[in-house]
Design a protein around this ligand. Structure first.
Ligand SMILES: O=C(O)c1cccc(C(=O)CC[C@H]2O[C@@H](n3cnc4c(=O)[nH]cnc43)[C@H](O)[C@@H]2O)c1
Ligand code: ZN
Length: 348
């Protein structure tokens, strides 16, 4: 282990400028926001006491996680709830020196629950602009299909993402989330084709709770440019070689994989295999308060598992910037900031 890894990496990580590429909108609601929303809507079964939330956010498996996740989705009932959540998520990201984030939003879950689609888009856009002006954090959206909700959800998500009269300015990508077991990826091909034709980038979850064949499906049928999780890719050396050769980044979320019991322990997490195979790895937080983590903590986990020093952590942060859908000037600006911060930290 390096000297650095044996010391506490948190102070360096806390100030490191970062990009977050895999973080869910509702899954980012802090205990304070969840309790505020639960108090606004007292008929919900979600606890209002932030301390009781820690128990509520302990999951027996992935299906249980989705059940709890949807109970929090049920708390978001008005455009003002949507705006508050989005703005507060941006504040939490800014506190961690996140300069740029692609936030995964599931508009179907909100429109299906009766929120007007235009009011929904206005709420997220209003929060995005306020967050950029007030915190300096640039937000972009990934609209994802909740796969288990089927082709009705896929059609609605594709419509909201591709109709020029509705799609929000901040939208950059199209995703697919929820459970993978019993939800074959190829059925979503027409919706991803439409999204890609409309200029969106393809970023489905794959290989989080199923095997490497799901990642192949995401690459071949859904034209994935990055893979959400991709954990089971480690079981298939040809897939690892393909990801490395084609520079298809994995959005790795270590603590999430433990919390949903997709991986047994952090020690068994395949992140080392990914790096060893030359795959581009980015570090992300997924649903941070629900998993008792944040992006800074995920970088500390990566530092430990990969035995990284400051330069290694800066390289991980630059991987995320490089794998993002920012324009070249935006990438260059944050990369230069990471280099300047690291050089100053290491200066004698
Ligand atoms: O909203 C509905 O009505 C609905 C009906 C049936 C199924 C669903 C879902 O499956 C929603 C899943 C929801 O989970 C989000 N999410 C958050 N973290 C993860 C993750 O690590 N892996 C997969 N999905 C995740 C996802 O974005 C969906 O919004 C909804
Ligand atoms: Zn996710």
């Amino acid at each position: 282990m390096t000297d650095f890894a044996a010391r506490d990496p948190h102070p360096f990580i806390a100030g490191l400028p970062k990009a977050e590429l895999h973080v869910h909108h509702v899954g980012s609601a802090s205990p304070r926001i969840v309790s505020e929303l639960a108090a606004r809507h007292p008929d919900s079964k979600v606890p209002t006491d932030p301390e009781a939330l820690a128990d509520y956010f302990t999951f027996t498996d992935f299906a249980h996680f989705i059940e709890v996740y949807l109970s929090v989705v049920d708390l978001i009932r008005t455009p003002e709830d949507v705006r508050l959540l989005t703005y507060e998520v941006a504040r939490d990201l800014a506190r961690q020196q996140v300069r740029y984030a692609e936030l995964t939003i599931t508009p179907y879950s909100s429109t299906r629950r009766g929120i007007d689609e235009r009011a929904f888009m206005d709420a997220i856009e209003d929060a995005r602009k306020a967050a950029e002006a007030e915190f300096g954090t640039v937000l972009r959206w990934c609209f994802d299909i909740p796969g288990e909700a089927g082709l009705t959800a896929a059609e609605e998500t594709a419509r909201l993402a591709t109709d020029d009269r509705i799609r929000p300015e901040g939208l950059v990508s199209f995703g697919l989330g929820g459970p993978e077991i019993g939800v074959p990826r190829p059925q979503f091909k027409p919706y991803f084709d439409r999204a890609v034709a409309a200029g969106l980038r393809s970023v489905p979850h794959a290989g989080e709770t199923t095997g490497p064949e799901t990642v192949w499906d995401a690459l071949n049928d859904l034209r994935a440019e990055r893979i959400g999780h991709g954990t089971s890719s480690a079981q298939d050396p040809k897939l690892l070689a393909h990801l490395a050769e084609h520079r298809i980044p994995l959005e790795v979320c270590p603590t999430s994989n433990i919390a949903t019991r997709a991986v047994r322990t952090l020690e068994e997490h395949p992140i080392r295999e990914f790096v060893g195979a030359g795959v581009v790895v980015t570090i992300n937080s997924d649903d941070p308060p629900m998993f008792g983590t944040d992006l800074n903590n995920e970088y500390a986990v990566a530092a430990r598992l990969l035995d990284l020093d400051e330069r290694g952590l800066a390289d991980l942060a630059k991987n995320a910037v490089g794998a993002s859908f920012l324009d070249a000037a935006g990438k260059a600006r944050i990369t230069a900031e990471i280099d300047a911060y690291t050089a100053q930290w290491l200066a004698p």
